[in-house]
Structure formats: structure tokens, C-alpha cells
Write a protein that binds this ligand. Structure first.
Ligand SMILES: Cc1cc2nc3c(=O)[nH]c(=O)nc-3n(C[C@H](O)[C@H](O)[C@H](O)COP(=O)(O)OP(=O)(O)OC[C@H]3O[C@@H](n4cnc5c(N)ncnc54)[C@H](O)[C@@H]3O)c2cc1C
Length: 390
């Protein structure tokens, strides 16, 4: 076995620029104004808050695509300023999911690998909160092992013909585009060749979107079937055969954000409120432990954001934040069940805001946290490889 080493593992203490703290005050004022709107009932998972109207209001503030060049509708702010905006939105339980994927990863992917025509056509629409994206990676027999995707794109006159199926596609029924990872050639010896990414209009003829209802009874993800879907040549993103390299860089955006430990922050906040100002010793110790973990996670996550801002690739550090963050989210729910004498409430169509109902939602959502964006085992494999343990 190779010598294990943590030498390359770094979490330099992050320093937020002054501009980020100024922005924080502005975001809090905006959120205080917006609170109480019907579309914004804080819930048990940030992924459940889908409000195109709220996204457009954020866009009007310049808070979608905010790190992108101005010529594509961005605001040329830093990643740390973006981090400040996203953590405030998550902490407030705001309905951010409509624009989240496009802002976090599809837009940055197009900025990095897309053609000038793709950037000009799509990025300003994302930044104005008018265009939402789905991730088309997982397939019925291919989730963790993305190299095995079988959805096929074949060259035809003037473009590509796509056949196959994606699964667990969040919000494909309400979004505009998917970036789909497809097979365009042979895998080669390292299994990573022959994959390419395509921009697919989800309203295109031949794209069937079949609902998958989750354990809450909610329709949030889908199976998406492509039956002889013909798309023009210019829907290829980046180079033919470069899909693996591109998709791996996309995963770095997906795994390193504050949503990996703040996605159910509202439950933590509700737990603190429910316990009130006079906790017993057991409750005080439990809240103290959770709070210290939360603060440590935030520092680690900010540290990763600062490294990304500096152009580094902290893949192992990001995997550690996701693994520890998802465990924290799970423990918030378990702690709530352990320290408060409350039975998770009867489900009320996913609309009740009282603590027992929120806790019931949280219990049912909790298993998905360690699946989406890569499972625990996959995160730990990345960490083990980074530490030289395998
Ligand atoms: C709420 C939610 C939203 C999602 N949204 C999307 C989306 O929008 N787009 C999208 O493309 N996907 C989406 N997914 C899918 C998600 O990315 C996959 O579920 C995940 O990557 C795991 O893939 P799988 O379900 O095929 O499980 P599998 O890969 O079949 O894994 C099954 C089990 O085997 C373990 N395992 C697999 N390989 C290894 C290995 N090499 N070593 C050790 N253990 C291993 C896994 O950890 C897991 O426990 C979503 C999932 C959820 C829960």
C-alpha cells in the first residue's frame, strides 16, 4: 500500500473581502423585505424552493451569474462575494432552486467550454433569471460510474441524433435546457474517452419527461427519454470526446458550495427556536456540538471557495466538505428527533410550516443528501486517493 499522506490537504483560513461583508448587509435587507411571500415558506430542503419570480428578483439585483463578465450579463464580482450571497440565501431558506443549477454549474461550464455563440445566446438569459437548467448525467444503470453512460449521440447531416435515457433529473419538467453527457465514440482503455456534452432543449420533440415521485409524494425529479432527438451541430459543448474532462470540472462546482451543509439549515434554526431560551443540559450540549460543527464546516467551505477563486483545484478538500456537510445535515435531523419530545407530524401535502411537519419532511428528505452530487462512498474514495490510501 502506498504511504498515506495529508501533506497536500490544506484548509487555509479564509479572509472575506470587505466588499463581501457590505454585500451581506444588502442581501439581508433584501431578504427581510421579501420574507413572508407565499412562494417563500422556508422548508426542509433548499431543493424544494422553486420560484421563477423570486429568481428574477434576485437577477434584477445582479445576484445571478454575478462572477461572469458583464458582456454576458454578469457583474464581475468575486467568488467570495458570490459565496456570501448564496450562504445568506440558504440560511434564510429562500426559494433559490429555479436558477441554482444554471448559476452554479451550467453557466460556468458554458463560460469555460462553450462557443461564443452559445455564451452570447444563453448566459444573459440565465443572468436575468429567465433560463433554468437540468443536469443530465445519471442514467438507469449509470450514476456513480458516469464513464459507463449509454445515451448515444450519433452524427447526422447538419447535427446529432440522440437516443437513450437519463434519470433522477431534477426539475426537467419545469426547466428549459439540459446539459447531457452522451456517448459519441469508443471509451478507450481508461474508459473516459468517447463522451461529449450537449445542450438540449427540454421542450424539443422526441424528449419525453416522465415524473418520478419521491418519498414525500412530490414531483421533483424525472426520467428523461430521448427518442431520435435531432439537434443542430452547434449544440455540442466544447470538444467532441472531451466530455469526461468537462464533466469532472463541473462536479467541482457541484460539490464545494455552502448548500452541502446548509441545505436544511431551516430545520436547525427551527430546532433552536423550538428549544427556546432555557434548554436543559442535554439540549444545550447537543446544540453546542452542532453549532461548533457548523462553524467549522463554514470555515472549511469558505476556504475551498477561496482556493477556487485563486484558480486552484481543491477536489479532495471539496469532497471532505461534502461528506462532513452531508453528515452534519443528517445529524441536525437526528438531533431534533432525540432532544425534543415531538413526533414527526402527519404530512400535510408538503405545505405545513409547523415544526412537527417540517421534521417529518426532513426525515423523508434526509436519505437523498448523501446521494445527490455523489454518494458518501464516492466522496470517500476521492479522499482516500487524495491521501494516498488507495
Ligand atoms: C434528490 C436527488 C436529485 C438528483 N438530481 C440529479 C440530477 O438532476 N441529474 C443527475 O444526473 N442526477 C441526479 N441525481 C442522481 C445522483 O447523482 C445519483 O443518485 C448518484 O450519483 C448515485 O448514483 P446511482 O443512484 O446510480 O447509485 P449507484 O451508482 O448505483 O450506487 C449504489 C450504491 O453503490 C455505491 N457505489 C457505487 N459505486 C461504488 C464504488 N466504486 N465504490 C464504493 N461504493 C460504490 C454507492 O455509493 C451507492 O451506495 C439526483 C439524486 C437525488 C437523490
Amino acid at each position: 500500500m502506498p504511504q498515506a499522506s495529508a501533506d497536500n490537504l490544506r484548509f487555509p483560513p479564509p479572509v472575506l473581502p470587505e466588499a463581501a461583508e457590505d454585500l451581506r448587509a444588502e442581501v439581508r435587507a433584501f431578504l427581510a423585505d421579501s420574507a413572508g411571500e407565499e412562494a417563500w415558506r422556508p422548508n426542509s430542503d433548499f431543493g424544494a424552493g422553486f420560484s421563477p419570480e423570486f429568481s428574477r428578483r434576485l437577477a434584477a439585483k445582479g445576484w445571478i451569474g454575478m462572477t461572469w463578465p458583464k458582456k454576458y450579463g454578469g457583474a464581475e464580482r468575486s467568488n467570495l462575494e458570490r459565496y456570501t450571497v448564496t450562504e445568506e440565501l440558504l440560511a434564510a431558506g429562500a426559494p433559490v432552486f429555479a436558477h441554482w443549477i444554471a448559476d452554479r454549474q451550467s453557466g460556468p461550464l458554458l463560460l469555460r467550454f462553450g462557443s461564443e455563440a452559445q455564451r452570447t445566446a444563453i448566459l444573459p438569459r440565465i443572468a436575468s433569471g429567465e433560463c433554468f437548467f437540468s443536469i443530465g448525467m445519471s442514467e438507469p444503470d449509470s450514476g456513480s460510474d458516469l464513464a459507463s453512460v449509454r445515451t448515444r449521440a450519433e452524427r447526422v447531416a447538419g447535427g446529432w441524433r440522440i437516443n437513450g435515457a437519463k434519470v433522477w433529473t431534477s426539475n426537467a419538467h419545469v426547466n428549459h435546457f439540459m446539459i447531457a453527457l452522451c456517448r459519441t465514440g469508443e471509451a478507450g482503455e481508461d474508459r473516459h474517452g468517447g463522451l461529449s456534452q450537449f445542450l438540449i432543449d427540454l421542450k424539443h420533440d422526441g424528449v419525453a419527461i416522465n415524473p418520478i415521485v419521491n418519498m414525500l409524494g412530490a414531483h421533483e425529479f424525472n426520467e428523461v427519454v430521448f427518442d431520435e432527438v435531432e439537434i443542430p451541430e452547434d449544440r455540442l459543448i466544447g470538444g467532441e470526446g472531451d466530455g469526461w474532462r468537462q464533466v469532472t470540472s463541473e462536479l467541482a462546482y457541484e460539490r464545494s458550495g455552502a448548500e452541502r451543509f446548509l441545505s436544511n439549515f431551516h430545520i436547525f434554526r427551527a430546532l433552536v427556536d423550538e428549544i427556546g431560551a432555557t434548554p436543559d443540559a442535554h439540549q444545550a450540549a447537543a446544540l453546542g456540538r452542532l453549532t461548533s460543527r457548523l462553524w467549522t464546516l463554514r470555515s472549511m467551505s469558505l476556504s475551498v471557495a477561496a482556493m477556487l477563486e485563486a484558480g486552484e483545484s481543491p477536489d479532495v478538500e471539496a469532497a471532505i466538505v461534502k461528506d462532513l456537510g452531508n453528515r452534519f445535515e443528517r445529524d441536525v435531523v437526528e438531533t431534533a428527533r432525540a432532544v425534543i419530545d415531538v413526533q414527526p407530524g402527519a404530512m400535510a401535502g408538503g405545505n405545513a410550516a409547523d415544526f412537527p411537519s417540517l421534521l417529518a419532511e426532513a426525515v423523508l428528505r434526509q436519505p437523498s443528501f448523501t446521494l445527490r452530487g455523489g454518494t458518501t462512498e464516492i466522496m470517500r474514495s476521492i479522499i482516500a486517493r487524495g491521501l494516498g490510501l488507495r
